[in-house]
Write a protein that binds this ligand. Structure first.
Ligand SMILES: Cc1cc2nc3c(=O)[nH]c(=O)nc-3n(C[C@H](O)[C@H](O)[C@H](O)COP(=O)(O)O)c2cc1C
Length: 303
């Protein structure tokens, strides 16, 4: 088994679901045993229920998909009462993903989740392109000081590992990564969707009700690889890769560039077995190539 340790969270293999593409696993449990995954990262929750943006909220394009869900979720209480008992049946780690309008709200959520035994780690979503971020003009992760204050607020309220999920839409992602590390993040998730839009020439309308949304899938893999590589070379912190990872080969490329774990996102919509198959494929690759552990491959890109 290719076991990994991501900032204190021990996983049986490096494959996680990506937040928002897997619900809390219920639909996918009808296809395969969730215990085959290193971790399930649940849909981002907020303190209270959120409605999300107006439809249509997803659109296909040649390189992947766009979404403008807008963090629709039923709130923390529902998550605790419904998702966590469901996930208790599986031998996989559970990562709760959180968002809020202020550092204080992130702190409150971290405090609530800290009391939940079934939550193994907390991913702080600082980079959703589909919501207004409190008083901040851009994404939280576009500002070093805001990112740091949110990470610090979460850390002050939980003993569990805290991961900060960042955006590539910054001039210097290494600077943001350094601030998040200094504020106490145990690991970084790189990257979230990229702000984007698509239009319908026939109707002369945008494809998304929200006009713009977040781009994900194969089109963003090359961007994510570069971010992972840059952060790996400049910041000493575990990296969880996200962005266009559909197969074991994709995940292995990210590990070569410095990632410790890999999240499968949009690929879940194309092939519900994608995450399970990626985990099995990584195992197979390590066996075939006689690799003993993640250190034999992580960051070993030949340049
Ligand atoms: C429909 C959809 C909903 C998403 N919702 C969330 C979310 O709630 N929280 C979050 O941190 N990321 C969310 N994401 C971003 C994914 O977790 C992932 O970071 C991104 O899609 C890049 O990975 P991919 O190319 O493998 O899809 C969402 C992505 C999609 C496609």
């Amino acid at each position: 088994m290719v076991e990994v340790n991501v900032g204190g969270l021990k996983l049986k293999n490096p494959v996680m679901s990506a937040s928002g593409t897997f619900g809390y696993g219920k639909e996918f449990a009808g296809f395969y045993d969730l215990s085959l995954l290193g971790a399930v990262v649940c849909k981002t929750i907020t303190l209270r229920q959120r409605e999300g943006n107006k439809p249509p909220r997803v659109a296909d394009f040649s390189g992947g998909m766009l979404n403008s869900i807008g963090l629709e979720n039923k709130g923390a209480e529902y998550f605790i009462e419904t998702a966590l008992p469901f996930l208790a049946k599986y031998d996989t780690k559970v990562v709760a993903s959180i968002a809020g309008g202020s550092a204080q709200e992130y702190g409150e959520l971290a405090k609530i989740l800290d009391k939940q035994k079934r939550v193994d780690a907390i991913e702080i979503n600082l980079s959703c392109p589909n919501v207004a971020h409190g008083k901040s003009k851009g994404l939280f992760a576009q500002c070093c000081a805001t990112s740091a204050s949110i990470v610090a607020a979460a850390r002050a309220n939980t003993q569990k590992p805290v991961f900060a999920k960042l955006t590539a839409m910054v001039s210097d992602v290494v600077a943001v990564a350094k601030e998040c590390k200094a504020a106490g993040a145990h690991a970084l998730t790189l990257i979230n969707t990229l702000p984007a839009m698509a239009v319908n020439l026939q109707t002369k309308k945008p494809m998304l009700g929200n006009v713009s949304g977040g781009m994900s899938g194969p089109a963003i893999k090359a961007v994510a690889l570069k971010v992972v590589w840059d952060v790996y070379n400049n910041v000493d912190i575990p990296i969880i890769a996200s962005g266009g990872i559909s197969t074991a080969a994709d995940a292995l490329e990210f590990i070569l560039c410095g990632a410790t774990a890999a999240q499968i996102g949009s690929a879940n919509f194309v092939n519900p077995f994608a995450a399970r198959d990626a985990a099995a494929g990584i195992e197979e690759y390590f066996k075939t190539n006689n690799l003993k552990n993640i250190e034999d491959l992580r960051g070993k890109l030949k340049i």
